[in-house]
Design a protein around this ligand. Structure first.
Ligand code: ADP
Ligand code: MG
Length: 343
């Protein structure tokens, strides 16, 4: 069980983690998802006792990471973003070394044999780490995290830099480990997280912007009562007609997925049910409705929405920053504009 309450971390004047709270139950596999620089590694480094926190608190299995760091650390296996491998050692020498470093009290040989079997590196135990492929090295990194049988694993971008086959292997390994461990892993790629996690915590600009199962996230963000509607008819006129329905706030063109028809996302004003009038108006013009359904966003759309430039949490950040970067403001804003025009 991990409890994080109002956690903040400041590097100099930069607030890298801003008032983040969450809790993770035993046995959960949770993904930290966020773009580069979001604060994922910083949170993980705090949880594992590598760096200090600025404000708030965090505990692992009831042990506060500031008050009882040794006890808290005993419950965590950590694979940092850059695994601390000594590449001139053989795999076994390295694991022996880490076993000593962690002062583990378990019987050495059976424990290390079991880990090697679990992460499938038994056959490379006598090879030098520097001669292993990136996929194997990552497994050695995970083996290192498993020494001492911690109940919680924290894996920072475990699949970064791997090829597609290695990614699948590491993903399978994480799924297997998830059966009897609590796992937190981070990624800036949604599909990675979606493939293995029960729950997703989205972090952006140092803030937690969403926390839930993939289903919950799509529901929560799709709850604006929007409709997706497919209409056979001329696009411009259909859009005009839909926009003119009382209670309709906006109409987005979603593109054409069936010959002679277009899909639209119709967003009503709060709580307005516009379905009947939409039907009547389109019927008047003889434009058949081919389908009509509640609009749900894909996780990809949600992620983009929450981490896009105009996401509310980021806006506030920008406001706070204005004073500090005032000298560069002009140049920065013209750069931003150029970027937008190109897009
Ligand atoms: P992520 O892992 O999500 O990519 P990080 O936690 O590494 O993000 O970084 C969050 C922010 O904190 C970034 O803006 C980064 O530049 C900054 N940062 C990270 N480590 C340091 C450090 N040691 N000193 C100063 N700033 C840092
Ligand atoms: Mg990182």
């Amino acid at each position: 069980m991990i409890e994080v309450t109002a956690l903040s971390k400041r590097y100099g004047s930069h607030l890298a983690v801003n008032n983040v709270s969450f809790s993770i139950k035993d046995g959960e596999v949770v993904g930290f998802l966020g773009p580069n620089g979001a604060g994922k590694s910083t949170i993980m480094n705090i949880l594992t006792g590598y760096i200090s926190l600025t404000a708030g608190s965090a505990s692992v299995d009831g042990y506060d990471i500031v008050e009882s760091p040794q006890d808290a650390k005993r419950h965590i296996g950590y694979l940092p973003e850059i695994p601390p491998l000594y590449t001139d050692m053989t795999v076994r020498e390295y694991l022996d070394f880490m076993f000593d470093l962690k002062k583990v009290k378990l019987p050495r040989k059976p424990h290390l044999d079991e880990i090697c079997k679990l992460v499938m590196i038994s056959d490379v135990q006598n090879r030098l780490i520097k001669n292993l492929s990136k996929g194997y090295r990552q497994r050695v990194g995970i083996a290192q995290a498993l020494i001492g049988n911690p109940d919680t694993l924290i894996l920072d971008e475990p699949t970064v830099g791997l090829d597609p086959k290695q990614i699948i292997e590491i993903r399978d390994l994480i799924s297997r480990l998830g059966k009897n461990h609590t796992v937190i892993l981070s990624s800036h790629i949604l599909s990675e997280i979606q493939a293995v996690c029960d729950r997703i915590i989205i972090i952006n600009g140092g803030r937690l912007v969403a926390d839930g199962t993939p289903d919950e996230l799509s529901k929560a963000l799709s709850a604006d009562g929007a409709l997706e509607i497919r209409v056979a008819g001329p696009k411009r006129d259909v859009m005009k007609t839909l926009s003119a329905v009382p209670g309709v706030e906006s109409v987005d063109d979603l593109g054409s997925f069936e010959k002679g028809s277009y899909d639209y996302r119709v967003v009503p004003e709060e709580k307005a049910d516009v379905r009947k009038v939409v039907f009547a108006r389109l019927a008047e013009r003889n434009w058949p409705i081919l389908s009509l359904r509640d609009s749900t966003l894909t996780l990809e759309q949600i992620f983009l929405r929450l981490t896009s430039e105009d996401a509310p949490s980021l806006e506030e950040e920008e406001e706070n920053k204005i004073e500090e970067v005032s000298v560069e403001t002009e140049e920065e804003s013209s750069l931003t504009m150029v970027k937008e025009e190109n897009e």
